[in-house]
Design a protein around this ligand. Structure first.
Ligand code: AMP
Length: 574
């Protein structure tokens, strides 16, 4: 592919935040992907190290590098409050404008243009580095009045911003740049900026997963040094979905590795020396919730020599008693505990089912084919409750169906079929792993509106309108239904508190919330409908789980909804 470098206007690579936001605007209004990449590469090519790191993170809709312990946790309502404090707009006007623009970035731009307060401290233009350090400060604040302190730091940043800078500051905080750049395109921009093959960037991304580190290595000509590092989680390889054994067999036309699909939480375990860390799907450190897994990891050995080993594992933690999987919510109970006592460990026993390995004793294994990684895993003697997942090789649709039924009989969700020759692709959803579930799959959607219930549920927010993202339209949220069954009273109480903390607007009968809380929804079928802006509606939706382990980036797409819709006749006929 040729990327257009010549005809695009040069933006300049100063560390100023204003230059960065000007670049973003140019990228946003440029339709052609080649030209977007061209703009980007010229901008990145002459940046200093610190600004480069920050720019690629922000452009990839990230604030901190993958695996960083920092999270800024600033809600819509805090930003709205700041905007009303620094401008001539009162709270109501801010809400009205938000409803009019439907976009926090645009609202911030407008409100900042009506600023009545100016910064007393700002002497120089805002730089990328100052913005990044501000975010880091906000993320590091804890304690009783942390929200007040966070708000003050952020307010300082907004005061230093021009309207356009405020727009992008808000977009960065919300993790949605919406300028038509994916992390993949940023990778191409980095490759072009530093004159390296895109393939080399991809390879390095495979081991690091951190675009900011890779950009810096590319700049220094050190891409070959990109390695997986202890206690720095790598992105998870993700599975695609297919809707029947025949579809899978027809697609692959070869033997596949077949495993049960466990209903727990994805976890990555790093063990180096006597230290162990466990990371959740969104890369948070959940080690403290599972002391028995830490103990088991330290006591796992190489079967041949019984020597201690270092490793990075991928697998699923699930609650299990007497060989029967417990409901996913039992596990959530344990995750919520600050202090995991012996009693809780006994009440909710867990198993860590390991299905992949990224590193063993200093050697990276992600480039090796899956069947070899499985062989490596089989050489490790795991101490319980860590176990190696059982796997089989299947060739025919009949074999897949038999395994599927076996999995469902035990109480698991279905199967994951894996291509034996495939490498481990961190952070990518591809057709190397395929999940197969009998029910019409589930949809991960985000709550956008919550309404008060009736009867014994009056006063609590028990009816939820939820949305998926429209991947063809800047990931805008599209509503696909409303659900009010599936949760216990206790869960509704908890979720009501959480929803109130992310409220954007009070409608009286309910509230509009910042899209943050993810629900896993099961349903009977999907219908076309003009009731919702997605054009679809779920029939008989039920809340299967509250997915605290997922965030807005993990919600399903309108394309998935469409695919389920198109495939359901086939499934119903089975
Ligand atoms: P979903 O969350 O529906 O996209 O399904 C994919 C998830 O299934 C993964 O992220 C894992 O958490 C989980 N899973 C359960 N069993 C397996 C398995 N054997 N291999 C891979 N993923 C699995």
């Amino acid at each position: 592919m040729n990327y257009d470098l010549g005809s695009t206007p040069f933006v300049g690579a100063s560390p100023d935040f204003l230059h960065f936001v000007n670049l973003c605007e140019q990228v946003r209004v440029t339709k052609s992907k080649n030209m977007k990449v061209g703009l980007l590469s010229r901008y990145l090519s002459s940046m200093d190290d610190k600004s480069l790191i920050t720019a690629v993170l922000f452009l990839s809709s990230r604030i901190f590098p993958l695996g960083s312990k920092f999270v800024i946790n600033v809600g819509f309502s805090t930003i709205m409050q700041i905007l009303s404090e620094i401008s001539f707009l009162d709270k109501d006007q801010i809400h009205q404008n938000y409803l009019q623009y439907g976009d926090m970035g645009a609202l911030a731009e407008y409100a900042t243009s009506k600023k009545h307060t100016v910064s007393l401290t700002q002497q120089q233009p805002l730089t990328l580095h100052v913005v990044y350090e501000g975010f880091k400060k906000i993320a590091g604040i804890t304690g009783s009045d942390s929200s007040k302190v966070k708000k003050n730091i952020l307010k300082g940043l907004f005061l230093d911003c021009s309207p356009l800078e405020a727009k992008y500051l808000t977009k960065i905080i919300n993790g949605e740049m919406r300028i038509g750049l994916t992390e993949g395109l940023v990778e191409v921009g980095v490759a072009l900026a530093f004159n390296v093959e895109h393939g080399k960037i991809r390879e390095a991304m495979l081991v690091s997963g951190d675009i900011s580190q890779i950009a810096l290595l590319a700049k220094r000509g050190l891409l070959y040094t990109a390695v997986i590092k202890p206690f720095q989680p790598i992105g998870y390889m993700l599975a695609d979905v297919m809707f029947g054994a025949d579809e899978i067999v027809n697609y692959f036309q070869k033997s596949l590795i077949c495993e049960y699909k466990y209903d727990g939480i994805r976890a990555q375990m790093h063990k180096f020396g006597q230290q162990v860390k466990i990371f959740s799907r969104n890369m948070t450190d959940i080690t403290d919730a599972f002391p028995e897994l830490v103990d088991a990891a330290i006591n796992s050995k190489l079967s041949s020599s019984m020597e201690s080993i270092d490793f990075i594992l991928d697998g699923e933690i699930m609650a299990i008693r007497n060989d029967k999987p417990l409901h996913f919510q039992e596990l959530q109970k344990r995750l919520r505990r600050k202090n995991v006592t012996g009693q809780i460990i006994a009440e909710v026993p867990v198993v860590y089912a390991v299905f992949d390995i990224a590193l063993i004793d200093g050697e990276q294994t992600i480039m090796k084919p899956l069947k070899q990684r499985k062989e490596i895993l089989s050489r490790i003697f795991f101490k319980k409750p860590i176990v190696n997942t059982k796997h089989n090789v299947v060739n025919t649709a009949q074999e897949i169906i038999a395994k599927f039924d076996e999995s469902r009989d035990i109480g698991y969700e279905g199967l994951v079929l894996k291509e034996p020759e495939s490498q481990y692709h961190p952070g990518k959803r591809g057709r190397y792993w395929i999940k197969l579930k009998r029910e019409l799959d589930t949809i991960d959607a985000v709550i956008v509106i919550a309404e008060y219930g009736h009867g014994k549920r009056a006063g609590v927010l028990s009816d939820y309108t939820f949305a998926v993202r429209d991947e063809n339209n800047d990931n805008q949220l599209r509503i696909i239904g409303k659900a009010y069954s599936g949760l216990t009273d206790k869960e509704i109480d908890t979720i009501t508190k959480q929803l109130r903390s992310i409220m954007i607007k009070d409608n009286g009968y309910g509230i509009v919330v910042k899209p943050e809380l993810i629900l896993e929804i099961s349903f009977d079928s999907i219908q076309k409908s003009d009731r919702h802006d997605s054009g679809f509606a779920l029939r008989f939706p039920r809340i299967k789980n509250i997915r605290c382990d997922k965030n807005i980036k993990d919600i399903d797409t309108l394309q998935k909804v469409r695919r389920i819709y198109e495939n359901q006749t086939y499934l119903n006929a089975k």
